[in-house]
Design a protein around this ligand. Structure first.
Ligand SMILES: [Zn+2]
Length: 224
């Protein structure tokens, strides 16, 4: 819940638990902002894939349980499978085993998630609700700051590489609304390496962090 007295909040949502999370969290901590990390606890650093010709690997999570301290851990599917293509038993396992393994590693039972590949269906939402998941993030930009009622198909404000990012940040800073205003940014930390644009994140943080009238919280703190 957003503490009383705030009308604006900022939160971050980053997926896949890859090795660039180390640098991302360093920046988040330096700027005193909070994020939610959507992790695949059934995968480790043994698999490598390419993003813009750059090799990317996940973290071996049992070695990094303190890295994410102060931030939120959320479900992203045990194996990062497309949840709309699974049998009921596979879907159950993909959600429950991720939730339970993450709870064991990080000490809190996750209440949020982000859809792998942005894919969801009514069946997936039902299975998530049964697993105690209370909000789930899509990959569809809202380009907006208004609170949303459908938390199981939550739309982030935008991706960090969106060309409207800085225009949206300026609009957010200058908006005067009676309604709560939320800036919700998402992405993958390896994209900053692949696109050589960590400076983009720093520019965003310099604009938006450290404001006394903005609450900086995890996705759960802001949405629930
Ligand atoms: Zn993902």
């Amino acid at each position: 819940m957003i503490p009383a007295g705030f009308r604006k909040a900022v939160t971050f949502s980053y997926d896949d638990g890859n090795q660039q999370d180390i640098r991302l969290i360093e920046l988040f901590n330096q700027y005193q902002v909070k994020g939610t990390f959507n992790l695949n606890s059934g995968l480790d650093d043994s698999q490598e894939w390419l993003y813009r010709d750059m090799p990317v690997r996940r973290l071996n999570l049992p070695e990094f349980t303190t890295l994410y301290q102060g931030h939120e851990i959320a479900v992203h599917g045990s194996q990062h499978r497309n949840m709309t293509e699974l049998s009921p038993a596979e879907l159950h396992d993909e959600i429950i085993s991720d939730r339970d393994r993450l709870a064991g590693l990080f000490g809190n039972v996750p209440v949020g998630m982000a859809y792998p590949y942005g894919a969801y269906s009514p069946e997936v939402i039902r299975a998530l609700r049964r697993a105690g998941i209370r909000y789930a993030r899509t990959v569809i930009s809202s380009y907006d700051f208004a609170p949303q009622t459908d938390l199981m198909a939550f739309r982030p404000t935008c991706h960090h590489d969106d060309e409207q990012l800085f225009a949206l940040a300026e609009a957010f800073l200058h908006t005067e609304s009676d309604q709560m205003q939320i800036f919700f940014l998402w992405g993958h930390s390896y994209e900053f390496d692949g696109n050589h644009n960590w400076d983009r994140l720093e520019k965003f943080l310099n604009l938006i962090a450290g404001k006394p009238d903005i609450f900086y919280g995890t996705n759960a703190e802001i949405l629930l």
